[in-house]
Design a protein around this ligand. Structure first.
Ligand code: GZL
Length: 339
């Protein structure tokens, strides 16, 4: 796996030699070799632009991808962490193009703003595979997308809440809800928000008091939940659009002297189902978490190997997912999970 400074060196080298993006002179090749960036023609070079390291889910996703694209598996991986900034992802994709990688894998932090750079990748003849989140572009600008059905995840959470309220004899009760949203404009946030809203519309006695962006991080989740508790004394349910925000929400609820979880006065529903969420379920701090499978690495490797063999791949590919709550044998279940 090559490092970021190498990308900058490559860009500088190619800019010095007239970066038509083609290594046509021996000097370019020698300069890139000096920078430790010569392309190993025996390996498939894959440039990966990752959102960041904002959550346990993201780190599990990164581990899955990086362990799939190794030299032993026939790959040369160039990995770029965008630190949750779209401009860093766009720079990374442009660097991948300069280095003439064989494939680009991109997890778009938000859905908009990708048309130009993905057109550049297409003009350079480099296939782009979108992973995890979607980009709002013409579908001829990416080869395929693999990820989760976020709207279905949101609907599952809504249906779980309806069943839980009914089991508690609260089916007709006025229920006050707040939402900690993920990064606004990201596919996960858009889908989960809309999916839950579609079920809310079936329950006229449910009210969404307020939705605030928690950016998928624990710190922001805690900060946002503090504000919500100050503004609303009557919260019954908190929808957290990922586990890390849920952990922050739990801390804020406890700090405010309130209780949450199956035996508390505030129900907490979350998404991702990372190992720490199992800890929170077992501690009785949250009620349920809706799985978002981050293990894209093996599927991505299979996709690239299929493309490298000149065979077609499905345009849209969903991951298998479920949910977990405190009625289940969580200690047994967690033993079978790798994230
Ligand atoms: C979902 C992914 C989201 C996770 C968060 O596929 O995009 O981003 O739910 C992560 O934990 O930050």
């Amino acid at each position: 796996m090559r490092i970021k400074t190498g990308l900058l060196l490559a860009a500088a080298v190619l800019l010095c030699f007239g970066c038509a993006g083609k290594r046509e002179t021996e000097r370019e090749t020698a300069a890139l070799a000096d920078a430790g960036l010569e392309k190993n023609e025996n390996l498939i070079t894959v440039g990966v632009s990752q959102v960041g390291a904002e959550s346990d889910w993201r780190n599990a996703n990164t581990r899955s991808i990086c362990s799939a694209f190794t030299p032993e598996n026939g790959f040369d991986l160039i990995y770029e962490d965008a630190q949750q900034k779209q401009e860093n992802q766009i720079k990374a994709v442009r660097n991948f193009i300069l280095q003439e990688v064989d494939y680009i894998i991109l997890s778009p932090i938000v859905e908009t703003g990708w048309e130009a750079v993905l057109q550049e990748a297409k003009d350079a003849g480099i296939p782009v595979i979108l992973v995890d989140r979607m980009a709002e572009v013409d579908e001829d600008l990416y080869t395929c997308w693999i990820g989760s059905d976020f709207e279905k995840e949101g609907q599952e959470a809504g249906r779980w809440l309806a069943d839980d309220l009914e089991s508690r004899g609260r089916k007709e009760e006025e229920i006050k809800i707040v939402t900690l949203q993920g990064t606004l404009g990201s596919s996960a946030q858009i889908g989960r928000t809309e999916g839950f809203a579609s079920v809310m519309r079936e329950h006229k006695n449910w009210t969404m008091l307020e939705m605030c962006e928690g950016d998928f991080t624990q710190a922001k989740g805690e900060e946002v939940m503090e504000g919500l508790l100050e503004r609303h004394a009557d919260i019954d349910v908190v929808i957290c659009e990922n586990d890390n925000m849920a952990f922050g929400a739990v801390d804020a609820i406890h700090a405010a002297g309130r209780t949450c979880g199956p035996d508390g006065d505030i129900t907490i529903l979350s998404f991702d189902a990372v190992q720490a969420a199992f800890d929170a379920l077992l501690a009785g701090e949250i009620n349920a978490t809706f799985e978002c499978n981050p293990l894209h690495g093996p599927r991505l490797r299979e996709i690239i190997q299929t493309l490298a063999d000149g065979k077609p791949v499905d345009k849209i590919q969903y991951m298998e997912e479920t949910y977990f709550d405190t009625t289940m044998d969580l200690e047994e279940i967690r033993k079978t999970r790798v994230y």
